[in-house]
Structure formats: structure tokens, C-alpha cells
Design a protein around this ligand. Structure first.
Ligand code: X8Z
Ligand code: ZN
Length: 599
């Protein structure tokens, strides 16, 4: 056929595939039609991508990786196409809800595809490969010794008190990430290209745009919050460092420098609860939940059931039968899975699941509540329009389960029969220390990951300085240092899940602060009297009603409105966190008196 003969067919084809005509001046009605069409198409593409990602994460093979990458590429192309077309309605006066949906189209993914479809495919493939490389990661020491996965290496970090063993596990895990470096570099280039095509300076600027305020104002809010909590962190750091000097000697731990990162009980030194035994304040002991779970032989499923009952005690609907059938609770023996805990709403409605390699520890008990927080949030907003089926902001999504887990107090544990007797009143300090090691230690870590990525995306940290830049920030915020010299042959950021998985991380910092603010508000609603750390909202209908109302809003309104509904406050504020730990802070002040703190 000649070209002329083909043209009418082409025109017919175009006429049937073009969803919305875009000629003449844009009108609100056209915008409404555009959004309705976009929502339907996005929902279908989200579901396809979720299914493929679920299968990939549960059975990591070349094939599932390819299938997931294809679904992701399709979603990236669709989102990119729709996001660019929203520009037609820029400057048009629209009802707030419609304007909000247009903005959400642009920000619905943590990644934007470059306009060139081939580049979008390349980006999706790299993304999939990075996540699979992490999920399959193992360290093989050689000399006839078995290879070790992240779970096994993490157990060594948590339980060993031998510096050599700790160092070996720490450096061992970091052998999985150097191969990611070229992929990550290309990922940054392509991701930036996509973000720029949507009018953002780079991908980091796009991430910062998702908080219902100017991106720079958001960055300033983070500084403000960090300054609110930094003194508390420095006091904890100071005390912990001294105990580590006492344990390991000043040849291993410099008495007034940064703490070596392998001694804090966690692969990334992000939560320090596992070294509680080394820093216990002395005096009567609180509850050792890990020991209790073990003694009582609580199974992984049993742990999830306990957490579910907390939520139903607040008036949430029980989880659907399919949740129990389709979730993964235990690491399979015969295949590679992504063990990093996650929560899923496969159909963005009621096909809810979690995927987690549960161990019977206090740490995992908290993580289960964390994951169920996501799941009950999904359930609460499932009747919103598709573009509003998300958290008020991503920090809210991360905060729900942690807020509930703050109510796991000794009194609560006795109420549900996990312990028979309450620890004495003066064991409170021990309980606060356990919580502080996780919650306060986490705060600077919650900032480090995205400080690094924002600088990487903006080019301030170029590929030749990926690792150096990483350790500068770790030192600056956390006051920790690598236990052995690192170089640009290493790629230590890649050894933390959220970097290869491209999950933004500032959300966890926000959640770390928000959860205390929410806890304080809900405790007031529940009529709690007494210090904040003794409050449990378990069984409170009033607190449950308040929480459910806010979760049901999804992303339909600015998060400031959601925060107001929840707490009566419109700004995120760390004063509740500081109040919660006040007795411990006083105690730390006494212990640190006359010592040189800082690094
Ligand atoms: O990644 C998670 C959750 C899944 S959203 C398990 N968290 C962060 C991490 O593990 O680094 C929860 C706390 C921080
Ligand atoms: Zn989470």
C-alpha cells in the first residue's frame, strides 16, 4: 500500500485510540473528563504492576523480573504520558478536588519516565534488576563455609558481641552492592530526565513536591524538626558511646569520636534496640518481649493475629480471609524472596496482604504492627477515588502501625495475657531506654538516606563520590563511622533496601515524629491520665473512631487537614516525642554530666 492509501486507516486508528480531544481552550469540563479517564486507566495499570511485583518479590527469577519490569514500564509510560498532559490545565481555575487529582497524577509514583519510550523501558528494567540484586543478596565467605543471607547476617549484628565477627558480617553484607553502582548511576540519569520532563529540577525536587507546601518550605520543616530532637539524640549517643567504650575498649571505640557502625546491633545502625543489654540503665527490668514470645512459643501467624486484634479493639473491621491465605509470613526454604517487610493492596481495594520473613522477636512484633498499619490504612480509604487511595502524606502511611505499637505497654501485654505480672513502677526507665534505642536512634538515620539521594539527584554528590558522600552524611547526622576504610569501589548506600528499591525515605523520619504526636492526641481522646509513656489506647472506641476517620480521608485533602482532624494541630511537632522520653532525658543528663559529648 502507498502511504496515501494508508493514511485514512491511520487517521481512523488515531481517532479511536486518542482518549480525549485536546483542541481549543481547556475547560473545567475537559479537565474533569481527562481526570476520570486517567483514574480508570491508572487503576488498571497499578493493579497489573502490583500483581507482577508481588510475584517477582515472592519468586525472584529472571522471568518474574522481566514480567515485573514490563508491567512497571507500561505504568511508567502511562503515568508519564498523563502527567505531561496535565500541563494543558495549568493555570486553569478548577475545583480544589480536581486540581488535587491533577497534581497527584504527577506525583503518584516515586519515579518519572523519560518521554522516550525506550528510555522508560530501560529505566524499568534497571529498577527491577536493582531490587532483585538486593533480594538475592548473599555473602559467601568461601573456604567451605555456607553463604549467608541478610537475615542470618542481621542476626550476627544483633547478637554477637565479638568485634571481629561483627565486622565480618558488616563488611560481608556490603559485598552485595558494588555491582549495583553502574545501574544506580544510570537510574539517576534516567529518573532525572523523567522528572525534568515534568518541570521539576530533578527527581529529588519531585519527591519534595509531594507535601502540600513549597518544596523548599518542606526541607525547612525537616530542619526545624531535626533541631527539636537533636539534643535528645546527642545525649543518647553520648551515653551509648561510653558504654561501648566500656565494653569494647577505646581501641575499638574512640571515646570522643563517631561510633563504629558495626557495634550498634543493626546492619545499618538505624535502630539500636538489640544492644539493650550493653546499655541497660540498671535497676528493675521491664518486659523482654523477645524472651516472652520465645517462651510462649508464639508463632509468626500468632504474632500477626495479636496485632490484628489490637486494630479490631479500636473498631477496625477484621482482615479479610484472603489476607491470611495470600500473605507470606515465613521465609520459604526453597526460593529467593524479597524478605524486606512490606504491605500490599494488590487490587487497591480488598485484596490486602503482607510479605515478611517473621522471626519471633520484639523487633518483628513491632514491624508486624507497622505493616498492619499500612493494611488497615488501605482498607480505610478503599472507597475513595483511585487517585486519593493513598496516605495523607507518605509519612502518615508509615506512622499508623508505629503509633499503635507505642500502645504495646506492659499493662497492655498483661491485659492480653502475654505476661502474668506487671514489672514494678520503677522499671519505667528500662522500658524507656529500650524504646529510645529504637526510636531516638532512628531519627538521624531517617534523614541521612534522602539527604544523600537529594544530593545525588541534584548532582551535588557525583558518581565518583557516591560512597564518600554517604559516609560524610552518616557522620554528620548520626555520629557514626565505617569500621574499616571505605572507597569508591564500595557502594554502601546500595546495601540498604530503599536505595535499590527506590523507596523515598523521608517518610520514615516524618513518621518517627508523627507517631508520638498522634499517640499523644489519641491518648487524650482515650482519656488517659499520667505520663505519656504509660498510655495504651487498646480497646478505646473513641480513639479508634478518631483514627479511622482520619485514615478514611486517604489523600483527599492536604495532610495538614488530616493532622488537624487527628490532633487539633496543623504542623508536625516533635514536642510529644520529647515529652514521652522526658524521664529518660533527665536520667541521661545526670549520667552524661561532666562528659564530652558530640563527635
Ligand atoms: O522499610 C520499613 C518497613 C516497610 S515500609 C519495614 N521500615 C524502615 C526500614 O526498615 O528501614 C520501617 C522502619 C524504617
Ligand atoms: Zn512501612
Amino acid at each position: 500500500m502507498t502511504l496515501d492509501a494508508v493514511r485514512p486507516f491511520l487517521l481512523m486508528l488515531l481517532a479511536t485510540t486518542m482518549p480525549v480531544a485536546a483542541s481549543g481552550a481547556p475547560t473545567p469540563e475537559e479537565a474533569a473528563r481527562f481526570v476520570a479517564d486517567a483514574e480508570a486507566r491508572l487503576l488498571a495499570a497499578w493493579i497489573r504492576a502490583e500483581r507482577a511485583a508481588w510475584v517477582q518479590a515472592n519468586f525472584i527469577t529472571e522471568d518474574t523480573q522481566a514480567i515485573a519490569a514490563e508491567a512497571q514500564a507500561e505504568l511508567l509510560r502511562l503515568t508519564g504520558d498523563l502527567a505531561r498532559r496535565t500541563a494543558r490545565f495549568d493555570g486553569l481555575e478548577l475545583p480544589a478536588e480536581l486540581r488535587r487529582k491533577l497534581t497527584r497524577i504527577k506525583l503518584s509514583l516515586p519515579l518519572a519516565a523519560p518521554p522516550d519510550p525506550e528510555a522508560a523501558t530501560e529505566l524499568a528494567r534497571i529498577g527491577s534488576r536493582l531490587e532483585a540484586t538486593y533480594g538475592k543478596g548473599r555473602w559467601c565467605p568461601g573456604e567451605g563455609r555456607d553463604c549467608l543471607d541478610l537475615g542470618q547476617l542481621s542476626r550476627i549484628l544483633a547478637t554477637s558481641r565479638k568485634p571481629d565477627e561483627l565486622l565480618e558480617a558488616w563488611t560481608g553484607w556490603r559485598t552485595i552492592s558494588p555491582p549495583m553502582r553502574p545501574d544506580y548511576r544510570r537510574f539517576v540519569e534516567l529518573g532525572n530526565e523523567g522528572a525534568r520532563a515534568l518541570g521539576f529540577a530533578d527527581l529529588g525536587a519531585m519527591w519534595r513536591a509531594g507535601y502540600d507546601m513549597p518544596p523548599d518550605a518542606f526541607a525547612a520543616e525537616l530542619d526545624r524538626l531535626w533541631n527539636q530532637v537533636r539534643p535528645l539524640y546527642e545525649k543518647l549517643h553520648c551515653f551509648v558511646r561510653r558504654r561501648l567504650v566500656e565494653t569494647y575498649g577505646s581501641e575499638v571505640v574512640p571515646a570522643d569520636g563517631p561510633i563504629p557502625a558495626h557495634l550498634l546491633g543493626n546492619m545499618w545502625a538505624q535502630e539500636w534496640g538489640n544492644i539493650y543489654d550493653l546499655v541497660a540503665p540498671g535497676g528493675p527490668e521491664g518486659v523482654d518481649l523477645t524472651a516472652i514470645l520465645e517462651q510462649r512459643g508464639v508463632t509468626p501467624r500468632g504474632m500477626v493475629e495479636i496485632a490484628e486484634r489490637f486494630f479490631t479493639s479500636l473498631g477496625f473491621e477484621p482482615l479479610p480471609e484472603t489476607f491470611w491465605k495470600r500473605s507470606l509470613f515465613v521465609k520459604p526454604a526453597d526460593r529467593d524472596v524479597v524478605c524486606h517487610a512490606s504491605a500490599w493492596a494488590i487490587d487497591f481495594s480488598d485484596d490486602l496482604r503482607i510479605k515478611m520473613c517473621i522471626e519471633p522477636t520484639a523487633e518483628d512484633f513491632v514491624t508486624i504492627h507497622h505493616e498492619l498499619g499500612h493494611v488497615f490504612y488501605f482498607q480505610a480509604y478503599r472507597d475513595q477515588d483511585p487517585l486519593f487511595r493513598a496516605g495523607a502524606n507518605d509519612g502518615f502511611h508509615e506512622a499508623v502501625g508505629d503509633t499503635v505499637a507505642l500502645s504495646v505497654t506492659p499493662a497492655y501485654l498483661r491485659r492480653i495475657g502475654l505476661i502474668d505480672e506487671l514489672p514494678p513502677d520503677d522499671a519505667a526507665l528500662s522500658g524507656l531506654m529500650r524504646r529510645a534505642l529504637d526510636k531516638i536512634a532512628f531519627l538521624p538515620f531517617g534523614l541521612v538516606i534522602d539527604s544523600w539521594r537529594w544530593k545525588v539527584f541534584s548532582g551535588e554528590i557525583p558518581p565518583e563520590r557516591y560512597n564518600a558522600g554517604w559516609w560524610e552524611l552518616r557522620r554528620k547526622y548520626q555520629g557514626i563511622a565505617p569500621p574499616v576504610p571505605r572507597s569508591e569501589r564500595d557502594f554502601d548506600p546500595g546495601a540498604k533496601y530503599h536505595v535499590p528499591a527506590n523507596t523515598p525515605y523521608t517518610r520514615y523520619f516524618l513518621a518517627a515524629v508523627l507517631q508520638f504526636q498522634a499517640h499523644r492526641a489519641l491518648c487524650r481522646v482515650a482519656g488517659h491520665e499520667g505520663p505519656l509513656h504509660t498510655c495504651s489506647i487498646h480497646g478505646s472506641e473513641e480513639a479508634g473512631r478518631r483514627l479511622r476517620r482520619v485514615l478514611a480521608m486517604g489523600a483527599s485533602r492536604p495532610w495538614q487537614d488530616a493532622l488537624f482532624e487527628l490532633t487539633g494541630e496543623r504542623r508536625i511537632d516533635a514536642s510529644a516525642l520529647v515529652e514521652y522520653f522526658a524521664p529518660l532525658e533527665r536520667w541521661l543528663d545526670e549520667r552524661n554530666a561532666g562528659r564530652r559529648c558530640g563527635w
